[in-house]
Every structure is written in C-alpha cells, then in structure tokens.
Design a binder for this molecule. Structure first.
Ligand code: ATP
Ligand code: MG
Ligand code: MG
Ligand code: MG
Length: 464
C-alpha cells in the first residue's frame, strides 16, 4: 500500500465515522508564542480543546505536516541514527472535542489497524498510563488484547504538546518488526532499539497545564490521536526503516544523484533526504534562514544537510536540486509546496553558496582539532571558534564529533558564549541597543555580537 493510499484510507475511515476532514495547517503555529513549530496534529486545534474556539463539528480528522527540530519534541539529533525519526513527517489524526472518549478512541484505532489495514494482532503491543485502569479494562476486556503484549508505563504515557497547554494520559500502539531487529518491548530496559516501533499515540486529553505547572481540567474530556504516516507505511510495505518506504525512494535517488554517491543506504543520504522535506516545507510556510528563532533552526537544518553532502564528496551546491524530486513526490498532496518551488530553490541555493565558502575552512579546523585531540572531548574554545567564525551551529559540530566518538565540552562552550555576551554588553554603549536584531543576510562570517543575542533567544527556546 502506497503512502498516499494509506493517508487516503485513514481520512476516509474517520470521515465515514462522522469526522470532518480538515486540511493540514502551516508549520508555523498561528498566534502561539509557546511553540516553535507545529509538532503534532493537535496543534491547530489547541484552542478548540481549551474551549476558546468553537467549531461547527465535534469530530475531526487530518493529516498534519509536523516538524520536530526544537522545543519540547526535538528529534534533530535522532535523524540519520534511528529508523523512525524525521525532522519533518506527516501525522494522521482523529480528534474528539468533548464528544467520544477512551472507549471509542481505542475501538477506532484497533479496528483501523487490524481490520482496515489488516495487521496481525500478535504484532501489536499496547501501553497505557500507570494510573489508567479504565483504559486497561477497555484494551483487555473489550478489545481482547493479550496481556503479555500490554504494559502500564509512567512518563511515556503522559503526552503534552509543550510546557504548557492541553495534555493527558495516553495509550500507545507499537508494531513488532521481528527478532532480526535489536531492541526490547516498550518499558523494557532495551526499549530504545528499533524492534518495537511506536506507530500510534492515543491521548486522552483532560488537562490544560498552566505556566506554574498546575493541571487544570479541560472544559470537556477530549481525544487527540497521532499516527506517523511514514511509520505505518513502513509497516504496511513490509520494510523496517521509514527510509525504505515508497515516498523516500525517489528522494534518496535524487540525493544520490546530486551528491554523486551511489549507495542510498548511507546515513548521510538519509539525513539529506529527510532534511530537504523540513527545509522545503518550512520555506513554503514562510520561514527564511536567519539568526534567530525559527529562521535559525531552519539555517541549522540546511547547514547540517550541506555538511552531510560535503562528507559524501559533494563540493558544489547540490541541496536545492532535490526540490524537484520532492515536488514530484508530495506536490499533489501539498499544492502550496508546488507553488513555492521556485522560491524554495532560490532560498536554498543562496544559503548553500553562503555557507560553502566557510564550510571547507571550518571542517579543516575541526579535522585538525580532532586529530590533535588530547583525550576524548572537544574543548569549548574550539566549538566556540567554529560557531563564531565559521557559522557552525553547536549541533553541527556535535554531529561530526558523534561520528568520531568524541564528546563535547558544553560547559566550556557556554563559558565562551557568556564571555562574548559580556563583550556585547560593553559594546552596546556604542549605539546599537543590546538586544536589537541586526540584519545579517548576505554576511558570510558571523562575528557580530547580535548573533549571540540571537543565540541566547534560541538557547532559551531549546531549553524549554
Ligand atoms: P518516539 O517515542 O518514537 O520518539 P513520540 O512518542 O515522541 O515517538 P508522539 O509525540 O506520541 O511521538 O507522536 C505521535 C506519533 O507521531 C508517533 O506515534 C509516531 O508515529 C509519530 N512520530 C513522532 N515523532 C516522529 C518523528 N520524529 N518522525 C516520524 N514520526 C514521528
Ligand atoms: Mg519522540
Ligand atoms: Mg514515544
Ligand atoms: Mg508517543
């Protein structure tokens, strides 16, 4: 079953059960300063759950584009290392706004997986929150789930969109990819492997967490579910990794051609194929590379992709050339992407040209530092110099170091940043108000103090 057919089957199934089909919203959450990007299908419905945005429906279904590269749910560092994480992915969801609750949510999900998708029950594992006896009874007594494939967990089964906002206990469904893959079942000590892959999370929305951390009851108990399209496609197509599904085949091929690297299973090619999706969709949704907030996250993702291309031997600009393949793959489902194609290509090319000039020098410095390393930790001063002089975001340096099994002196880096901030404070006497954002477009090296101010903003966002 192709990804597009799964998306369609999901939306139709829930439409047949009284849900209104709602198109995907932007990756930039409307009017929500608490959130960097739309990171789940429920984000556009946040105010509906809170009772502040009445709609003329109480059930909805959607396929929402999501980015998890910052904030509460940050998967950037996982990409390229696990079979199941992307920076950009599509979340299939069904929602109840004070209408049905646990029993129907569980029944819909179980019926869709085992009857509509025809998945064998013995391959599916289920978890619920440690306190949730009601959901346990529904799974065991009504759905007849085998108790050996069922467990009750704590934090893993409490979902929240961010530090504040709607949240509640959840129930997750996992698919067992078989003993050839390493990893233990959910809740076991080796659950971090990729054998049992979480495919669907059913959240029993009951609370609104406020900024003091208190849980206030929602006006009405509600349902929010999310299933990763790429993960369920891997299951349906009998492959283990998301990168082996239909949707990624042409992207990987395009990445292989653009970097002149034939082996499409190379992690770097997977990183590039992943990153073109988040970058292209972020630009579609109006984000531009910059030195602060969302734009800085986009810049970090673009630079990470370029660095991986560089690692494969690509020396010219290659990344923007993947937009055509992405358009061919996803432009039908997302006409806004097709429409923005020219703009995406221009933005990426400009960013590539800008970064290419310093990448070689920066990598040279990093290679020298790594070869001369005394011990197994890269000093903070080196990380800072790469960042300050060569525009290497912290996680880019971390990515390279991880490949070599080298740790990072994060404290030392923070100390250098703080020293730079001090100098900035002193310099602010010369006019430019500390905190003012100074336009850096077109600049090759990042030596301005304003960059640190921006970094402070970003660090703040990431700490949250
Ligand atoms: P994991 O534990 O695998 O990181 P999660 O618990 O963080 O997943 P949820 O927040 O519950 O994920 O999101 C709901 C669903 O969205 C998941 O069950 C999964 O199918 C999908 N999903 C989450 N993160 C990603 C990602 N980075 N890439 C692709 N799909 C994802
Ligand atoms: Mg996660
Ligand atoms: Mg999980
Ligand atoms: Mg989950």
């Amino acid at each position: 079953m192709k990804s597009a057919d799964i998306r369609q089957a999901f939306l139709s199934y829930f439409e047949e059960h009284g849900h209104t089909r709602v198109p995907s919203s932007s990756l930039v959450p409307g009017n929500d300063p608490t959130l960097l990007f739309t990171n789940a299908g429920m984000v556009p419905f946040k105010d509906v759950f809170l009772g502040r945005d009445p709609r003329d429906y109480v059930r909805a279904t959607s396929s929402q584009r999501c980015v998890r590269a910052g904030g509460k749910h940050n998967d950037l560092d996982n990409v390229g290392y696990t079979a199941r994480h992307h920076t950009f992915f599509e979340m299939l969801g069904n929602f109840s706004f004070g209408d049905y609750f646990k029993r129907d949510a569980i029944r819909f999900a179980w019926t869709f997986l085992t009857e509509v998708m025809g998945l064998p029950k013995e391959k599916l594992w289920v978890t619920v929150h440690i306190s949730d006896d009601e959901a346990e009874r529904i799974w065991k007594d009504d759905m007849g789930i085998d108790p050996t494939r069922f467990s009750k967990l704590d934090e893993d089964n409490f979902w929240q969109m961010g530090d504040t906002g709607p949240c509640g206990p959840s129930s997750e469904i996992f698919f067992d990819h078989g003993p050839e893959v390493a990893g233990g079942p959910p809740g076991s000590p080796d659950e971090d492997g990729d054998r049992y892959i979480e495919i669907w999370n059913l959240v029993f929305m009951q609370f609104d967490r406020d900024s003091q951390g208190n849980l206030n009851p929602l006006p009405k108990p509600s349902i929010d579910t999310g299933m990763g399209l790429e993960r369920v496609a891997a299951v349906m197509q009998g492959v283990h990794s998301n990168y082996e599904i239909d949707l990624f085949q042409n992207l990987l091929k395009a990445a292989a051609e653009a970097t002149e690297h034939a082996d499409t299973t190379t992690p770097s090619l997977r990183v590039i194929a992943d990153h073109i999706r988040s970058c292209a969709f972020l630009i579609t949704d109006g984000v531009l590379p910059s030195n602060e907030g969302r734009g800085y996250v986009l810049r970090r993702i673009i630079r990470r992709a370029i660095r991986h291309g560089h690692k494969l031997g690509a020396r010219g600009s290659f990344f923007h050339r993947l937009v055509a393949a992405l358009d061919a793959e996803m432009g039908d489902a997302y006409p806004e992407l097709r429409q923005a194609r020219g703009q995406i290509e221009r933005v990426l090319l400009k960013e590539e040209e800008q970064f290419a000039r310093t990448l070689d020098h920066g990598m040279g410095l990093l290679e020298t530092a790594l070869s001369e390393l005394d011990g197994d930790t890269l000093p903070g001063e080196t990380i800072f110099k790469l960042y300050d002089t060569y525009g290497f975001p912290y996680d880019l340096t971390a990515d390279v170091c991880r490949e070599r099994g080298v740790g990072l002196d994060e404290t030392g880096f923070e100390r250098e940043l703080e020293a730079q901030r001090e100098r900035a404070r002193a310099a602010s006497q010369f006019g430019a108000e500390y905190g003012a954002t100074i336009e850096l477009e077109g600049q090759t090296d990042f030596t301005g103090y304003e960059r640190l101010e921006d970094e402070a903003t970003v660090v703040g966002l990431f700490d949250s």
